[in-house]
Design a protein. Structure first.
Length: 216
């Protein structure tokens, strides 16, 4: 059962978008959901982690790289996607700076399922440390659909602090698209918590440069 009032949430979304229009930025502002937890001890309680697929792609300029075998590389080029072969990765020589640069250049990676086990051997732990270890891609799946799914997926991961933040949209999206994404993200997050809503201190939404709007 969601404790978010939809009408109030819609007002908050409108306020964020109005603020963004009044003070136009040179980049597309992301809309973030900021979560503050309570009755949770990160050092004792089990840290939660989970991913959920939103209805609409939150980031407009989401960059994906395909680490592929020959067939997947051809497919990626046809779809206009960035791609790398294992040979390209070997050229980085496990250089930490270069691997870090690669990780920073993309929001996510997909890798042919036959190659995925080779990646730690070729690159070291860099992609894993950046939280961007590739998602497996098989030849029976549609690359286009898989890329779409990855773009719509957000991850909640509890770390050592009681605050976390995830991108749920951008200011160019329609209000009802933002509403659908935020409701889905909030309800999924609450389902991950041990005591559900009793673990939520507050929920805010804000654009990258805008003021936070409290929704719970």
């Amino acid at each position: 059962m969601s404790k978010i009032n939809k009408d109030f949430l819609m007002e908050s979304i409108t306020a964020i978008k109005t603020g963004s229009e009044e003070k136009k930025r040179k980049f597309l502002e992301t809309v973030e959901l900021q979560i503050s937890l309570k009755n949770y001890d990160p050092s004792r309680d089990k840290r939660f982690s989970g991913t959920v697929k939103l209805r609409h792609i939150p980031k407009a300029n989401y960059k994906i790289c395909i680490i592929g075998d020959e067939r997947h590389l051809d497919e990626a080029k046809n779809l206009g996607l960035d791609c790398r072969s294992v040979e390209d990765l070997k050229k980085l020589n496990k250089n930490k700076k270069l691997v870090k640069k690669l990780a920073k250049s993309f929001d996510a990676f997909l890798a042919s399922d036959g190659l995925i086990k080779q990646i730690p051997r070729v690159l070291g732990p860099g992609l894993n440390k950046a939280g961007k270890f590739p998602t497996s891609l098989s030849h029976t799946e549609s690359m286009e659909e898989k890329v779409e799914t990855v773009k719509k997926t957000i991850k909640f991961q509890m770390k050592k602090v009681l605050c976390l933040s995830v991108a749920v949209g951008n200011v160019n999206m329609q209000n009802d698209e933002l509403l659908a994404n935020i409701m889905l993200a909030v309800n999924f997050l609450v389902s991950l918590l041990k005591k559900n809503w009793q673990n939520v201190r507050s929920l805010n939404i804000k654009s990258t440069m805008g003021k936070p709007q409290r929704i719970y």
